[in-house]
Design a protein around this ligand. Structure first.
Ligand code: AP5
Length: 234
């Protein structure tokens, strides 16, 4: 199963990715997590990436693509993968298509979590994350068992720098301008699967399960990755 998980900031991509990778036994590749790890480093690239993320801006495509290809070439990603937060520009989607076509590994589906904007802002501003294992909580809808502590490792929870109002606005703008065209890209390719992300976490997972059962049944044998509209630009 080769999956792409799309959706605006706060739609629940990370939450669903954690559940789906366990259920389908495929590795999750979260570009947000990989980039935050890179941002912890000492060099100039790490400093630039940290600044972009904290301000809610996108990291340039070439930086992201190198990281994704490295991860997709790892042995554990050969039997399937779940891409969380990638692609988020049409150029990234086209590059992914070329990468997969060369390896004859077609995408199974592009799942799109749909959530309205007021709910996204509520989710992002109430989110707290574990800096060690990246488990995501919400002050109201998914509080930890012990206040401000991760259920898994007891580490104090933090608020992400990009979960403050100005960065949230930037991220939503970037999503509308640069990521929404990716939805059209996968719609034209016949791979887009809209999911109602505005329901309880377990129900979102259940809808994804049902959609994937349908996608596997319908999967058309193909030697290419995605029959995407190459003419779309960022
Ligand atoms: P990334 O970490 O991918 O951030 P994002 O896409 O903005 O998504 P989030 O992680 O904020 O939200 P999510 O959809 O995963 O929701 P979550 O499950 O946490 O990227 C960060 C940055 O890295 C980007 O801004 C950019 O700078 C850079 N970057 C990353 N990828 C890039 C790329 N490909 N190209 C260029 N730059 C890139 O849930 C959110 C909250 O809601 C949580 O509190 C959770 O508990 C709660 N929640 C989840 N589901 C539900 C539900 N069903 N009901 C109620 N609450 C829920």
């Amino acid at each position: 199963m080769n999956l792409v998980l799309l959706g605006p900031p706060g739609a629940g991509k990370g939450t669903q990715a954690a559940r789906l990778t366990t259920e389908y036994q495929i590795p999750k590749l979260s570009t947000g997590e990989i980039l935050r790890e890179l941002a912890q480093g000492d060099g100039e690239l790490s400093r630039q990436v940290a600044e972009l993320i904290d301000r809610g801006r996108m990291v340039p495509d070439p930086v992201v693509l190198d990281l994704v290809w490295d991860r997709l070439k790892q042995p554990d990603a050969q039997a399937g993968f779940l891409l969380d937060g990638f692609p988020r520009t049409v150029a990234q989607a086209e590059a992914l298509e070329r990468f997969l076509r060369e390896r004859q590994r077609p995408l199974t589906a592009a799942l799109d979590l749909e959530v309205d904007e007021d709910e996204l802002i509520r989710r992002l501003s109430g989110r707290r994350v574990c800096p060690r294992c990246e488990t995501s909580y919400h002050l109201v809808s998914r509080p930890p068992r012990v206040e401000d502590r991760c259920d898994r490792d007891g580490v104090p929870l933090e608020q992400r720098a990009d979960d403050y109002p100005e960065a949230i606005r930037e991220r939503l703008n970037a999503y509308h301008q640069r990521t929404e065209p990716v939805l059209d890209y996968y719609r034209v390719a016949g791979l887009l699967r809209p999911i109602n992300g505005d329901q309880p976490v377990g129900e979102v997972t259940q809808q994804i399960r049902e959609v994937l059962e349908g996608s596997s049944a319908q999967q058309v044998p193909s030697s290419s990755g995605v029959q995407g509209p190459e003419h779309l630009s960022t």
